[in-house]
Design a protein around this ligand. Sequence first.
Ligand code: PLP
Length: 391
Amino acid sequence: MIPRYAPTYTYSDVLRSLSGCLLGDVVDDLRCRLARLYKVKHVFLFGGARVALYALLRAYDRPGGVLGPAYNCWAVPEAVLHAGYSPVFADIDYNSLNMTASTVEQSISPDTTVVLITHQFGIPCDVDEILRVSRRYGILVVEDAAAAIGAKFRGRLVGSFGDATLISFKITKVISGGVGGALLTDNDELAYKVDRLLQAATAPESYCRSLAKTVAWKIATSSWLYPATLFGYRALRGERMFEVVAPPTEIPASFLTPCSRFLAALVLMQLDRLDWNLSRRRRLAQIYREELSGHSGLTLPAVPEDCSPAWTQFPLLVNDKRAFYKHMQRNRIDLSWTHRYSCADSLGLNGFPNTQRAAQTLLGLPTYPSLPDERARYICAVAKEYPSAMR
Ligand SMILES: *Cc1c(COP(=O)(O)O)cnc(C)c1O
């Protein structure tokens, strides 16, 4: 069976991380590496991009509206609420799946203090235009590049445009580690305050827990065990293709966590092969585009001119998501349903038609580097049977 996601690390990476984190100061090494990659002064590592956002908002300390796409990972508005701000949304463009300068401008109010320029699934949004609009209103610009390490907008690394940037090393992102994320900024005052917050953070995830989780992920996504993993996941979570997520009641006690040494070591060694990782993802996306474009019933994402996405998945828009998913499943292919909700729904806000539509029609084709080209071609062959098979 072809899994929807697979970790980008190998068993040998896991072993090397164990020894790596016992020896040198891997957390500082990773901070330096990221600082060099993004040409940024300050890098802080947290237990997730959501935690990095929380710390940044706390440090910025201008509670008000935080504007981001309604079609997004629910962890983002959740972190905004935890930090004492209010999430505000902009609709997306149905083809690019990202916010546009005009949807952003429509949603800015005098109460808006921060805008989150989000590169969904690693597809760069029109950062130039959105930046111009946000600057006009004097709003703090944060780039949510959680899913976009290595993506480029007109030749320049996504995440190097705003006042601060978030990246994530979650299992489903470009470089998978576990719970981990980073905050990048050139702003000394913000950095000073974030540093103070980080000093007061709770302990990072323990070695044993990180190790157990990374190995478990690896085993659970191996093709022989994957059917059982999926069965278990369904039993626990059901197979809801669309839902309204409930807003959080209170902030978890240990929300503000730093990143563990183990995760830092695991990410550090994968940064060495980032170019290979990205070239595999782009190759798979190219196969999907070549094979599937122009095929009725399948809509492919539009990428802005001169941009190289990082493709954490390859989104495909289909009219009957459930029927298409079942069809792929029967042929031993699993797809991602991310995101199957509108964040605006959770807060009872209306007026985001493209978000609603994307949440109901989007499925993600796998793009992890270890997926061979032949598998991607097989996925396309099965996908192309879809309209006739479903009619
Ligand atoms: C995954 C993701 C996040 C959350 O990252 P975590 O590390 O899981 O907290 C935030 N924003 C976007 C766009 C993401 O894809």
